[in-house]
Design a protein around this ligand. Structure first.
Ligand code: GAR
Length: 205
């Protein structure tokens, strides 16, 4: 039987806990995406071993090897994605900015998870900034990827309370537990064709 599951690549830079959540979700026979490749820009990324242990093809393309030439790095990634006939891309803790050309090529087919309720706290150190700012709700966002950092159309969001005794670590852990539920749901919706982009909004198709 020919599989209609969408061939999906996950791009990582580190421990890969969101990647692992996607891999676990895709083990269900009715999940509409198949994780066909895990690609890291860092050879030491812990997620690579988890992917390999799950029988998933892995690749490392070190951004350092390309110096400042972002377009050449993205072209090397594109070649690897093409080699595996990838249809969808999930960024999961992938800590590199992507070129506009790469984002445009994958527009509507590439998603990210960000550890904050966008548009609040774009960028890095989101949990520390949430504590500093004094917000009472924090959380995570799944969104399409566009050239602007953390600016793409929002697919889903989850909120957690900020507690008086929270540290950066305790808040991060509470948010991460929500990330592991939110991301598989976003990929499920995307891969099943349930999402439609309308301007800045993501609607059900
Ligand atoms: C996650 O919290 C993810 O939301 C965040 O990095 C962490 C990666 O953890 N991503 C970003 O900050 C992207 N700007 P993981 O490797 O265990 O999934």
């Amino acid at each position: 039987m020919v599989s209609s599951r969408k061939k999906t690549a996950i791009l990582i830079s580190g421990r890969g806990s969101n990647m692992a959540a996607l891999i676990e979700a895709a083990k269900a026979s009715d999940y509409p995406a198949e994780i066909a490749l895990v690609l890291s820009n860092k050879p030491e990324a812990g997620g690579l071993a988890i992917a390999a242990a799950n029988g998933i093809a892995t690749a490392v393309i070190e951004h350092k090897a390309f110096g400042k030439d972002r377009a050449a790095f993205d072209a090397a990634m594109q070649a690897e994605l093409d080699r595996h006939n990838i249809e969808l891309v999930c960024l999961a803790g992938f800590m590199r900015l992507l070129s506009a050309g790469f984002c445009e090529h994958w527009f509507g087919r590439m998603i990210n998870i960000h550890p904050a309720i966008l548009p609040a706290f774009k960028g890095l150190d989101t949990h520390a900034r949430a504590l500093e700012t004094g917000v009472k709700l924090h959380g995570c966002t799944t969104h399409f990827v566009t050239p602007g950092m953390d600016e793409g159309q929002i697919i889903g969001q989850a909120a957690v309370p900020v507690r008086d005794d929270d540290t950066e670590a305790s808040l991060a852990a509470r948010v991460l537990a929500e990330e592991h539920k939110l991301y598989p749901e976003a990929l499920r919706l995307l891969a099943s064709g349930a999402l439609r982009i309308s301007g800045n909004r993501v609607l059900r198709a």
